[in-house]
Write a new protein. Structure first.
Length: 246
């Protein structure tokens, strides 16, 4: 019997199918149908549908308004530390942290959650110390509200219907998100933690929010400086954003 080579691994069918789905959708010039993925993998439709649904729920795939599939925001987020633009993002984060001596984070979208992918922490003893890679809710976090406010209306409506079944509450949140869109900024005034304030602004790549910069810290230090913090974060993301025309 031939022994396996040292370090060689047997193929795992589920992992191979997930990788195949992501690779196929990534190299496709346009959105793809479920039937296209099934044909590409030569796998049972029921198995592929379950995997695709899981990838959508975790943000690695997204659905278009006509029910097709495209690469989701969580996949590019895995590569953020290796992209060229991230050098500029890191420089802006360090500049904000140096100016205000508060913690600055870069936040990515992952399905119906957000994930902090990078942070420059304050040197102060009492500071916000984020957990890198931990999923947090889209609402009411300030970073999550930036993603929600600028999401496709069809996705935003579906999310609000699931998260806020009462019409009055849904209307209140819709008004809040409209305000975030208009101002280009979201402020967390102790909405997630009673003694924590945060200011977030989106980094645009065309019309898509590629990431969110957040500056956060104890509420007592933020109240008097909120206008300055808001202006600085908005200016930083404005320098980082790319217009639709490139």
């Amino acid at each position: 019997m031939t022994e396996p080579l040292a370090g060689a691994s047997a193929e795992h069918r589920t992992v191979s199918r997930v990788a195949g789905i992501l690779e196929f959708v990534s190299r496709s010039d346009q959105s793809v149908r479920l039937t296209d993925i099934v044909a590409e993998l030569s796998a049972p439709r029921s198995s592929v549908h379950g995997l695709v649904h899981g990838l959508v729920s975790t943000g690695y795939l997204s659905t278009t308004d006509d029910g097709r599939y495209i690469v989701g925001p969580a996949l590019p987020a895995l590569l953020l530390p290796k992209t060229g633009i991230d050098h500029a993002i890191r420089a802006e984060m360090e500049g904000l942290s140096l100016e205000f001596d508060e913690t600055v984070t870069l936040v990515a979208l992952a399905g119906d959650s957000i994930v902090t992918t990078d942070a420059v922490e304050s040197a102060k003893e009492v500071r916000y110390s984020p957990a890198i890679g931990t999923r947090r809710p889209l609402y009411p976090t300030s970073a999550g509200r930036c993603f929600l406010a600028n999401a496709q209306p069809s996705y935003r409506d579906r999310f609000l219907e699931r998260a806020f079944p009462l019409p009055a509450e849904r209307d209140r949140v819709s008004c809040d998100l409209q305000r975030v869109r208009d101002e280009g900024l979201a402020v967390n005034r102790g909405d997630t933690l009673s003694d924590l304030h945060a200011v977030s602004a989106p980094i645009f790549d065309g019309r898509t929010v590629a990431g969110v910069l957040t500056i956060a810290g104890p509420s007592a230090r933020f109240v008097e400086r909120l206008d300055d913090l808001s202006a600085a974060v908005r200016e930083a993301t404005g320098r980082l954003s790319r217009s639709s025309s490139g």
